[in-house]
Design a protein around this ligand. Structure first.
Ligand code: C5P
Length: 218
């Protein structure tokens, strides 16, 4: 029996995380936030003082890191038993993550860790290459995007709500730099899968996006 997978790919701040979590709850399926794996690697590198330019060392850390995910109301991530959820959300973490995510060796090592999330009764997987590389055979695929201004404004709001210091100009610059890196890298760049449903969430509410995604499954 094949385990169903719904992939939701798109640039940062498009609402993938929120939508994926809500959809996975409605369906009773498991949830993979693949960005949090790259972000956890970024934190592990910082803790071990490994340079992001040292591909061999970065790949070694990627293959040996021990992660635990607790998917309650909020996603809790532990690295070697330590709760790293707060650091995970920082913009600098995302920036380091996108630098090391460009290494093919790193992506290869993290591939199986992501595919292991495919468990019954189904999986909602959010990221950049879920529908193109990690689960190319998924029967339901979505590409979720929004204008750069809307994405920066949402990220800003998210950080302020979490009481993390934020500056809208810096966030816009960081989001644009990260998107450029994610779209232009050679391995698993951010592109829309051929058979994906395209949704622009700029002028939609979260509930409207969730409804569109659920319609695809129904
Ligand atoms: O989605 P999130 O913003 O948490 O991802 C952080 C970074 O991890 C992205 O900017 C991207 O470079 C990388 N990433 C990736 N492939 C994925 C998920 C995230 O390269 N499937």
């Amino acid at each position: 029996m094949t385990i169903p997978v719904l992939t939701i790919d798109g640039p940062s701040g498009a609402g993938k995380g929120t939508v994926s979590r809500l959809v996975s709850k409605k369906l009773g399926w498991n949830y993979l936030d693949s960005g949090s794996i790259y972000r956890s690697l970024a934190i592990a590198l910082q803790k071990l003082s490994v340079s992001v330019t040292d591909v061999t060392a970065v790949t070694e850390v990627a293959s040996s890191m021990v992660l635990e995910f607790e998917c309650g109301d909020e996603l809790v991530v532990k690295l070697k038993g330590e709760n790293i959820t707060v650091q995970l959300g920082l913009e600098t973490t995302g920036s380091i993550a996108s630098q090391v995510a460009a290494y093919p060796e790193v992506r290869k090592v993290l591939l199986k860790k992501q595919q292991d999330f495919r468990q019954l009764p189904g999986l909602v997987a959010d990221g950049r290459d879920m529908g193109t590389v990690v689960f190319p055979e998924a029967e339901h695929k979505v590409f979720l995007t929004a204008s750069a201004e809307k994405r920066a404004a949402r990220r800003y709001k998210q950080l302020i709500e979490k009481e993390i210091d934020a500056n809208i100009v810096e966030i816009t610059n960081e989001i644009e730099a990260r998107d450029r890196r994610d779209r232009e890298r050679e391995t698993a760049p951010l592109v829309m899968a051929e058979n994906a449903l395209y949704i622009d969430s700029s002028d939609l509410t979260i509930d409207q996006v969730v409804e569109e995604v659920l319609n695809l499954i129904r």
